[in-house]
Design a protein around this ligand. Structure first.
Ligand SMILES: [Zn+2]
Length: 171
């Protein structure tokens, strides 16, 4: 149980850590979490990001085409192949990586910011009927990630060009 739980990541805001805390306990407000499996007609809770799945944690944060494309782009950016698994398994993945702790913290922070944005766009799609494009979402992960981390971590130089090139070099 405990191994599935992420630590508090000091590089990202409290609201992001609290969101991830809920995500990893599958207590974010999806229709199935709110009303219970068995009471929800799953045909009515389509994923608004891809229109080709169910608006449930396992789909939105793993199987969704939107999420998968973001995952592949993040992999290219950080130059680590992020496995195609659900968030709690991703926590196990980066915890077991043979990397320095600062690099592990960086991977964790970037994944947290990514999950935050996927949920934000899922909410936009659900409540506003539209969501940011994949490229805009990926750009937001990079720009807001840089803003959040540089304001919390004065030890490192979050030079924008280096950040875009490879954030792991900043870690
Ligand atoms: Zn989807």
């Amino acid at each position: 149980m405990e191994s599935n739980l992420a630590r508090w990541n000091k590089r990202v805001p409290k609201k992001v850590n609290l969101f991830v805390w809920r995500l990893l306990r599958n207590s974010i407000p999806t229709p199935i979490n709110l009303f219970g499996r068995g009471t929800v007609d799953v045909s009515t809770v389509r994923c608004n990001l891809c229109n080709n799945g169910i608006d449930d944690t396992s789909h939105v944060f793993r199987d969704c085409l939107f999420t998968n494309t973001i995952r592949r782009r993040l992999s290219d950016w950080i130059q680590y192949s992020i496995p195609d698994v659900n968030p709690s398994e991703l926590v196990d993945w980066y915890k077991s990586l043979q990397v320095t702790n600062p690099k592990r913290d960086m991977i964790e922070a970037i994944l947290f910011v990514g999950w935050w944005h996927i949920w934000k766009e899922r909410n936009n799609a659900l409540h506003n009927g539209k969501h940011a494009t994949l490229i805009d979402t990926f750009n937001s992960i990079m720009s807001l990630g840089s803003l959040w981390m540089s304001s919390r971590d004065k030890k490192r130089n979050y030079d924008w060009n280096n950040w875009l090139m490879n954030p792991m070099e900043i870690a």
